[in-house]
Design a protein around this ligand. Structure first.
Ligand code: GTP
Ligand code: MG
Length: 202
């Protein structure tokens, strides 16, 4: 995918701030620190346009990035950061739900899982929730560079088992360090934004 333009259209802390456009959107979900913002940067060929940090909990708002003035990549704050207070967790839940439940433009969700770890309860709940609402979902196993090539497939299999995905080809290994599978991920995103007509089911 050739990137001609990228713009951070909106940093939204609540639903009234979600931008009004008809660009198809893809959202990135996953635990804090799993590499959502880093994946986004790799996709748009920028180093730190979406701000990343070694400290979990970096992204606290929903950030809307328009790409080539045709589609939107949406960076969500991560879940599962242990130091978060109950009040912050509730605020996170409200913000995420208000986006994922009602967003007509949302054509698909990318769920990120750290390839080194078996998905936790939060990950499984999120995956089931995405499927329950009928969204198309792409699962990406991040930080693949932290594992030797020979062991990656075994870790992918563990991720698939925990999420109930029997076809392991549906889980794409990724590394922002190696830019591993960047083009393949774009191909998948383009299919979602071009063909899916998602209607929310309650
Ligand atoms: P929150 O915004 O807190 O939810 O985190 P995030 O999911 O956006 O994670 P972020 O992209 O900020 O990355 C967290 C840390 O992991 C940073 O220090 C990144 O440099 C590192 N990281 C992200 N992706 C990779 C990767 O593929 N390989 C390696 N080795 N490190 C990575
Ligand atoms: Mg982030």
């Amino acid at each position: 995918m050739k990137i001609k333009s990228v713009e951070l259209l909106m940093t939204a802390g609540n639903a009234t701030q979600f931008p009004v456009t008809d660009y198809p959107e893809i959202a990135f979900v996953g635990r804090s620190n799993v590499g959502k913002s880093s994946l986004l940067n790799t996709l748009i060929n920028r180093k730190n346009y979406a701000r990343t940090s070694r400290q979990p909990g970096k992204t606290q708002t929903i950030n809307f990035y328009s790409v080539n003035e045709t589609k939107m990549l949406v960076d969500l704050p991560g879940y599962g950061y242990a130091k978060t207070s109950k009040r912050e967790r509730e605020a996170w839940g409200r913000l995420i739900e208000s986006y994922l439940r009602n967003r007509k433009q949302l054509k698909g969700i990318v769920q990120l899982i750290d390839i080194r770890h078996v998905p936790g309860k939060n990950d499984v709940d999120m995956f089931n929730w995405i499927n329950h609402f009928g969204y198309d979902c792409i699962v990406i196993a991040t930080k693949a560079d932290k594992i030797s090539k020979g062991r990656r497939q075994k870790h992918i299999a563990d991720v698939g088992k925990a999420l109930g995905i029997s076809d392991h080809r549906k889980i794409i290994p990724f590394s922002s360090v190696e830019r591993l599978n960047r083009d393949q991920i774009w191909d998948n995103l383009n299919i979602l934004t071009e063909t899916t007509d998602h209607s929310i089911i309650e």
